[in-house]
Design a protein. Sequence first.
Length: 102
Amino acid sequence: MNLDQQQWWNQFLTDEKGIIVDVRTEEEVNRGRIPGSINIDIFKGQGFIYQVEELDKEKNYYVYCAAGSRSANACNIMRELGFTNAYNLVGGISEWEGPIEN
């Protein structure tokens, strides 16, 4: 499900089962990330799927990338793997106005 920045962040902040997933490359993550996010690089192909399959399907995942395209793909893959709640950040971190950590 695609959510705009405000919906995505506000929903995450009130979600006791919420986990933020950054699907960018390690190099991109090193330039700054949303605090508390875990990194699972979607470009790792099967490696990405293996890591996602280890996640708890009972949790809710707030997924982002640089601009929103990779994270939309990640949400689709997660749904195919049986995750019911995966939320894509429209616009990605490039349009993010919330907190950033380096």
